[in-house]
Design a protein around this ligand. Structure first.
Ligand code: URA
Length: 250
């Protein structure tokens, strides 16, 4: 690939900055200063920029704590995407592994490794996903049982058995769940749900089918990967080599 692309993929700067710096002699390839940004290099080339080695990473892996209000896409003309939030990388081939709804928070893997993404998302692999869900009303043991035995949604979708744990029941004011001026309050239930598939709006539809509306949803884990509790919504970090190894073993 071109030298300027290699460096910008690795987050060293923008293509135009890098072109200038290469022409100014700030880059070496295999020990020799080169001044042509179009010089062809490979992942095995030894490249330095401003005196520092810049190794090539074929695949990049990030864990993002997706904030609400951001769409799960690589690029969009009008809206901020989850990939826009990965600011330390300029490579153009990053994408989210699956989708979370715009209002859902939590764990999202961002990578350019298509094979890994395919395995994690393939229905054949039944990768577990765990969510924290706050829902309207009081969730009862009957609902826990219905989730466990495999719900059939009104549109006919047969869900695989899912684990539903009730974490607590509290009051929420109507203002918290809508813009209503009403001062009345109603009960809500905090839950943890584990599903083995990932159909469109699955958690929201499962709760709706049992009479509950999801008012807050956050993904906590995907397969062996758990959301790092130190990441605030909108923050991200690179996956560790152990985490990558575990994901690859699926
Ligand atoms: N289920 C949903 O309903 N929404 C999500 O974003 C993820 C799972």
């Amino acid at each position: 690939m071109r030298l300027d692309k290699y460096l910008s993929d690795m987050g060293a700067g923008t293509r135009s900055e890098l072109k200038k710096d290469i022409k100014s002699g700030l880059v070496t390839v295999d020990g020799i200063t080169v001044r042509d940004p179009g010089t062809q290099v490979t992942p095995d080339s030894l490249i330095t920029y401003r005196g520092e080695a810049v190794g090539y990473e074929e695949y990049s892996y990030y864990m993002l704590n997706k904030p609400a209000g951001v769409i799960s896409a690589s690029e969009d003309l009008h809206e901020t995407t989850v990939v826009d939030l990965i600011t330390d990388q300029k490579r153009k081939d990053l994408f989210p592994v699956g989708r979370l709804d715009r209002d859902t928070e939590g764990l999202l893997i961002i990578t350019n490794d298509g094979e890994m993404a395919h395995r994690l998302l393939s229905p054949r692999h039944h990768v577990d996903k765990t969510y924290y869900a706050r829902v309207t009303g009081i969730v009862t043991a009957d609902t826990v049982e219905a989730f466990a035995s495999g719900l059939v949604l009104p549109d006919g979708l047969e869900c695989l058995p899912a684990d539903l744990k009730i974490l607590g029941i509290s009051n929420v004011s109507a203002e918290d769940i809508s813009n209503s001026d009403s001062l009345s309050s109603q009960k809500y239930t905090d839950t943890e749900v584990r599903i083995r598939e990932g159909k469109f709006h699955q958690i929201k539809r499962m709760f709706l089918a049992t009479g509950h509306e999801v008012i807050y949803l956050k993904r906590l884990s995907m397969g062996p990967l758990t959301l790092d509790p130190s990441l605030e919504p909108g923050e991200y970090r690179r996956l560790t080599s152990d985490e990558i190894k575990e994901l690859k073993s699926i």
